[in-house]
Design a protein around this ligand. Structure first.
Ligand code: FSX
Ligand code: SF4
Ligand code: F3S
Length: 375
């Protein structure tokens, strides 16, 4: 992988200060980003130092077959610096949704940036790539997505697939996949690829992955599906605030039931939280405001491979892997409460609630006392 400190002259810190944020805002950002990245608070100093000394990594952001929900999620982060990192502090050299330039000027700017930063930029890809009929189902400026992807990937140090479409194919690849859509990893085989799925992913997860790369110069540890373990290491079920109801066998039977209103578990309404790995229950959306289950709707497993084809939505899972049984929800409730696994499950939920609290406090607190930070 290429080195990261090249090209643009400003560091992340300089950019943030130049944008009008205070040192205190910066420290606050570094503090909660450290927590979001799943690092111990003793690592804040390292994150601060990296942001103060490392040059911004150039980013080229391609859009192919998708709904642009991932960009929307990214720019909707409630934290001002997360938004600024996206809008200009992260060297957003090319994003056909967010950049100001258009047409030939935009294409020229992209090529210039790719040449200047060859081997060093991060390529972010949103959307799947249609391959049927020579790729004609997605063209930009007269060129197919396949061509554009190959060209942009050639000079990239690493590729970040933002969203389930570029990671796994997404809705376009759902049966019968009329345009022959495939994920980036099916086309590009010679670059480090990080999948950041979700339809869309959480803004702070997207920024967290970029910050990890900027801080450590390496891609984070990935699971078997190419997802960063620090954000996708746990099931939604393990951090869900409705989990005590699951464990107690208290389920909503319909969306308009009293149980649903009272926040009971949505398992019988088809919740896929037990088989879905994502950080929604811990990080939530819009600065910790909510996530699908908190809004009263079951998880549809949007961060999992082929989630559109993984059985009908809003229909009860017949089996929960790891429970060792083809179980009904009622049985699971009793089993989990009664057996040793109950202790593990309760502990996992308690740990996640503690983590959630810690992250929220970190976001609120910032860090006034820099002497406490070991750089
Ligand atoms: Fe896909 Fe992103 Fe879903 Fe949409 O661009 S992951 S359709 S939220 O927007 O790619
Ligand atoms: Fe939460 Fe769904 Fe698990 Fe119920 S089944 S505890 S609603 S994730
Ligand atoms: Fe997606 Fe489920 Fe989270 S639907 S947003 S993984 S709660």
């Amino acid at each position: 992988m290429g080195t990261l400190q090249k090209t643009k002259s400003k560091t992340y810190y300089e950019s943030i200060i130049e944008k009008g944020h205070s040192r205190r805002d910066f420290m606050k950002f570094a503090t909660f980003m450290t927590a979001y990245m799943g690092l111990e608070s003793s690592m804040i100093g390292q994150v601060v130092k990296a942001m103060e000394t490392k040059k911004r990594i150039p980013v080229i952001w391609e859009h192919f077959q998708e709904c642009t929900g991932c960009s929307e999620s990214f720019i909707r982060s409630d934290h001002p610096i997360v938004a600024d990192l996206i809008l200009d502090n992260i060297s957003l050299d090319y994003s056909d949704t967010l950049m100001a330039a258009a047409g030939h000027n935009a294409e020229a700017a992209k090529h210039k940036s790719m040449e200047e930063n060859y081997g060093n930029y991060i390529l972010i890809v949103e959307g799947a790539i249609p391959t049927k009929d020579d790729g004609v189902y997605c063209t930009i400026a007269g060129r197919t997505a396949i061509d554009i992807l190959k060209e942009s990937a050639a000079g990239a140090a690493a590729i970040l697939n933002f969203g389930s479409c570029s990671s796994f194919g997404g809705v376009q690849a759902a049966h019968p996949n009329p345009t022959g859509s495939v994920p980036v990893g099916d086309i590009i085989k010679d670059k480090p690829i990080i999948n950041v799925p979700g339809c869309p992913p959480i803004a702070e997860v997207m920024t967290g992955v970029v910050m990890h790369y900027a801080t450590f110069g390496t891609i984070p540890a990935l699971d078997s599906m190419g997802r960063p373990k620090q954000f996708y290491g746990k099931r939604v079920h393990d951090s869900c605030y409705r989990r005590p109801h699951f464990d107690a066998g208290q389920f909503a039977e319909s969306f308009d039931s009293e149980e649903a209103k009272n926040g009971h578990c949505l398992y019988k309404l088809g919740c896929r939280g037990p088989v879905t790995y994502n950080a929604c229950g811990t990080m939530e959306w819009n600065n910790g405001l909510s996530f699908p289950i908190k809004s009263g709707y079951p998880c549809i497993g949007c961060s999992e491979n082929n989630f559109w084809d993984n059985g009908p939505f809003v229909e009860r899972l017949v089996n929960i892997p790891g429970m060792g049984i083809e179980a009904t929800a009622d049985k699971i409730g009793k089993i989990v409460v009664g057996a040793a696994i109950g202790g593990a499950a309760v502990h996992a939920v308690a740990t996640n609630i503690a983590k959630q609290k810690e992250m929220k406090e970190a976001a609120q607190r910032g860090t006034d006392n820099e002497e406490n930070i070991k750089a």
